[in-house]
Design a protein around this ligand. Sequence first.
Ligand code: GLP
Length: 235
Amino acid sequence: MRIIEVESYEKLSALAADIIAGQVLLKPDCVLGLATGSSPLGTYANLVKRYEGGLLDFSRVRTVNLDEYCGLKGNDPQSYRYFMDKNLFDRVNVDKESTHLPDGSAPDMEAECSRYEALVESLGWPDLQLLGIGHNGHIGFNEPEDVFHAAVHTVKLTESTIKANSRLFDKPEDVPTSAITMGVGAIMKAKRVLLIAGADKAEIVERAFQGPVTPRVPASVLQLHKDATVILSKA
Ligand code: GLP
């Protein structure tokens, strides 16, 4: 596992975009595993800039996102589908049909978990999986638990995650209390993993990557990944 410390969020975003752009240039029809949250916003803005400058072509790229809130339709401004459309997919030339997220509004969530797991497998596991990290060590929405969940599953969000994510909602009671997420299986099967974290995550990054591997700190499993890079910003 490589841990790279950079001076600023701008540098983190530029470096993460370099790595993703390199992946797309190397394999134009790659599968990118993508993430939401505020951490990747700068990375996506950098990728858009490169596309606008004619330096990147997303026309053959396929994407799979990690997670989605339960109960939100894709056109809900709080949904992760909406976030991805607004910050990346609608701003580059990716084929929207090739962009995938779990459907948080599916009537049968168990069936949706199986559908999404099979879909990710059929695309081929991500060539590169981008990740953020929650303050409690969650990746995607794999919350601290007694066991690691390999497959796509639904999860009841912890109080701390609901609180952290409430900053993006008008009212705390609007934050969904459950979500559907890729399990650590798909994340570990990604050929490369790239986790980005701001200075506010320094403590959990240390626990996750310098402490024991435990499902109580889900990101710690990445210590066992053969090609994982963490970019940590000092500011
Ligand atoms: C959410 C997402 C995670 C993300 C985390 C951290 O809970 N499900 O994928 O990594 O938030 O987000 P932020 O980057 O905004 O701190």
